[in-house]
Write a protein of this length. Structure first.
Length: 483
């Protein structure tokens, strides 16, 4: 079963690649401004507070609001499977050493909160508190698989797959896979989404391994949500599929591509060419998975200044930035794990580098909020990469919305760089003999303002020339001209 499931995932991925060749001619679905202009913070309750509860997390919502966060995203807080049969535990769950059957992504009951985090009312109160602060809340829904002893699988055996001996079949993570060929399962999960919106107050959902759940299910789910909320609710896919952006999802995951300057711009251009125009991505460098599995943590492996640069990229590139618990105070605790309580050391906020990181995130959130050019338009209509003389070390792009333009220049090395940029952008060339190339002129008309919106160890030398220190950056407006 595991080999067949993995093979199916690979096959689906290849099909998506083939299908993506012409999707760029269409536009991505529209999404509510609370999402497109938002700043997401992924809350891992087991680390976010010493108590590890929803009540304790709700008490820290004003802190997130002050930081500039507008969307609180909770990892799954619903009832987890308590089965101690380790043959149904994921390898990483076993490796963690916590000997804890409660895996947040091995759900036993989609409709009720696990007692580890509190009560159903506590989750409702969390959402109400967030809404009172003007924030939105996203839940994590896990529909690809479920816990092996989930009562609803016993009540509805048709919801999953069974061996001849009566035991449940295991999927890629050793959890039972849900059977989306069964109409009753689809209705059950649709009812769950309705419940989470109407009864608990969710504004949207991050969909765990969303690309391996049939896309037509997400189409139906979003249509139902639109009718229920008047277009307010959103779906975020953990994964990437160009076809997602038409109808099923408001955004895919967007991961940092690495510190190679050419790759940073090249990866964006490649992705853009394969997706509907205006497709959105939630950009981040760490999440509950990588913070658990990758050692050393990225904060240690990359270094504080390099991570500062990545966060600057997250807040200025098109899409939506997402912080993970502790990113804003440079947390690098290697005891952190999603499989047990590992409370974060909040005293990091009162010393370096946590103090400076917090100030940086708060400033970048202010810049994003106060300059709509960063959030108005996604894709090639809102972002243009510029040629840079120091192409191995630095990147530069301009964000535009039809009214304003802002230039962002970043040094991706630990050495100072003197560079110039070009405002002349080469027109596209056709990649197919029968297709006429888009002749839109994306060249930038204007002059760099000498007054920085934000500069970190960087100087504008006039014209189109910059001196950028190690991991430095320059952000300023482009003053429009007719030339």
């Amino acid at each position: 079963m595991k080999k067949r499931a993995v093979s199916a995932i690979v096959a689906v991925g290849l099909a998506f690649t083939a299908a993506a060749s012409h999707v760029h001619y269409q536009r991505a679905r529209k999404s509510p401004e609370w999402f497109t202009r938002g700043v997401v913070y992924q809350i891992q309750p087991r680390a976010f507070t010493p108590e590890g509860t929803l009540k304790a997390a709700a008490a820290k919502l004003p802190y997130l609001k002050d930081l500039g966060v507008t969307i609180a995203y909770l990892v799954p807080v619903f009832k987890m499977d308590t089965d101690m049969d380790r043959s149904f535990w994921s390898p990483r769950q076993i490796k963690s050493g916590f000997n804890n059957p409660k895996n947040q992504y091995r759900i036993a009951d989609y409709f009720h909160v696990d007692e580890e985090y509190g009560t159903d009312q506590d989750l409702k109160d969390f959402c109400a508190a967030a809404h009172k602060l003007g924030m939105q809340v996203m839940f994590d829904i896990v529909y690809f698989h479920a816990g092996p002893t989930a009562p609803f699988l016993k009540e509805h055996p048709e919801f999953t797959f069974w061996n001849k001996d009566g035991t449940v079949k295991k999927g890629p993570w050793r959890f039972p896979i849900l059977n989306f060929q069964e109409p009753k399962l689809r209705k059950y999960l649709m009812d769950n989404i309705k419940c989470l919106i109407k009864d608990f107050g969710a504004d949207g959902f991050r969909c765990d391994v969303g690309t391996v759940v049939p896309l037509d299910f997400w189409h139906d789910a979003h249509d139902m949500m639109d009718a229920l909320t008047g277009g307010h609710a959103v779906l975020l896919c953990e994964g990437t599929n160009p076809m997602n952006h038409y109808r099923g999802f408001d955004a895919d995951y967007g991961r940092f591509p690495g510190f190679d300057a050419k790759k940073i711009s090249g990866a964006w251009k490649t992705r853009e060419a394969k997706c509907p125009n205006g497709a959105r991505f939630v950009n981040h460098y760490e999440n509950h998975d990588s913070a658990t599995d990758i050692r050393p943590r990225r904060e240690k492996a990359w270094g504080t200044h390099a991570v500062d640069q990545v966060i600057t990229w997250m807040f200025t590139i098109d899409g939506v930035p997402m912080l993970f618990t502790g990113n804003e105070i440079a947390d690098a605790d290697e005891k952190h794990s999603m499989f047990g309580k590992t409370p974060m050391d909040w005293s990091q906020l009162d010393r370096e580098p946590g103090r400076s990181r917090h100030a940086l995130v708060k400033r970048l959130a202010e810049i994003r909020r106060d300059n709509p050019v960063f959030t108005d338009v996604n894709g090639e209509d809102g972002l243009t990469w510029l040629d840079v003389s120091a192409k191995d070390s630095a990147t530069a792009f301009v964000r535009r919305n039809g009214r304003d333009a802002v230039i962002v220049v970043q040094n991706w090395t630990d050495k100072p760089v003197d560079c110039s940029v070009s405002f002349t952008v080469e027109k596209k060339k056709s990649t197919h003999f029968s297709v006429v190339a888009d002749d839109t002129d994306f060249s930038v008309k204007g002059a760099v303002s000498p007054e920085a919106i934000y500069a970190r160890d960087a100087k504008f030398n006039g014209g189109l020339s910059f001196s950028i220190g190690p991991w430095g950056c320059w952000i300023s407006k482009v003053v429009q001209t007719d030339k």
